[in-house]
Design a protein around this ligand. Structure first.
Ligand code: ARG
Length: 284
């Protein structure tokens, strides 16, 4: 006798998709000269002592995690006196074998611009010297084939036109309004080619509306996670490296099918940077 047809109950939520990893090549700078002696963002408190040894150790854990995930990690030599050079994301923006150099807002970081451009030139990039103030991948993020571009604190709106003419891509200008989230990579995390996570209150109304329109499924992080620079994270589409203290962000990522690795970069947070700040993606 035929068994009766059984109706299998559907799970209440759709299962998380399986994510695949893209191969990543990144540039990093060992924080051999890291310290905080001036204040150019609200996270920096020169009166609080820092430990260069701890910074190096924590940075090494990020480096090792990338190597463990199969990334190619390239290095630029740190320069004495450039405390912030560890934040490689600010060194420029690369795409299609071209590198758009950085032109820093604050004099303390200005010499990093030419140092990174020299590295790009020596490592096979067509270098475009910037005319306009911009802090590289700190404010420029590639997503859905377009460049999301921050302005308001460090990067000028004029640089967005420069970016457009060099890379011939759509450039989406987004205005940052909260001084604690002064670079775009502190307010948006790129999860993969299509998806992002962000902190809505870091943007003005128009930019928030633009983000909602482009990314109806985006993750929104809470203030607690944002305040440990949880969004300042990096991944290959399958595994996201995030601040270990960003627990709700971790939960949300896991629900969406991403693997997560939590890291402690607390020493580098004293300079106002995290995982993504220490990482410049190289797209040859
Ligand atoms: N102390 C550095 C500055 O204020 C931190 C840069 C952080 N980098 C980043 N990509 N968000 O310029």
């Amino acid at each position: 006798m035929q068994p009766e047809t059984t109706i299998i109950a559907r799970p209440e939520t759709a299962p998380a998709p399986t994510r695949s990893a893209a191969h990543k090549t990144v540039l990093m700078c060992r924080p051999e000269h890291f310290t905080v002696t001036y204040r150019i963002n609200p996270w920096m408190r020169p009166e609080i002592p820092t430990s260069t040894a701890t910074a190096v150790q924590q940075w090494q854990s990020l480096y090792d995690a990338y190597v463990g995930l199969g990334y190619d990690v390239e290095l630029i030599d740190p320069i004495a006196g450039l405390n912030d050079m560890v934040y490689a994301a600010n060194g420029g923006f690369t795409l299609d074998g071209k590198a758009y150099g950085a032109k820093f807002t604050y004099e303390q970081r200005v010499p990093e611009g030419p140092a990174y451009m020299a590295w790009f030139a020596e490592h096979g990039f067509e270098v475009h010297e910037p005319q306009q103030i911009n802090e590289g991948e700190g404010d420029f993020l590639l997503s859905q084939g377009a460049i999301l571009a921050g302005h308001g604190f460090r990067t000028s709106l004029e640089s967005h036109d420069e970016l457009r003419s060099i890379f011939d891509r759509e450039v989406v200008s987004l205005r940052l309004v909260d001084p604690a989230f002064y670079h775009l990579d502190t307010a948006i995390a790129i999860l993969d080619d299509e998806n992002i996570a962000y902190l809505p209150k870091a943007f003005d109304e128009g930019s928030r509306a633009e983000l909602e329109r482009r990314y109806p499924d985006a993750l929104h992080v809470n203030e607690e996670d944002a305040s440990v620079l949880g969004l300042n994270s990096f991944g290959d589409g399958r595994t996201m490296l995030i601040a270990g203290r960003a627990t709700d962000f971790d939960r949300q990522l896991t629900e969406r099918g991403y693997e997560t690795v939590g890291l402690d970069l607390s020493e580098l947070l004293l300079g106002g940077g995290g995982i993504k700040c220490c990482t410049l993606e190289l797209r040859r």
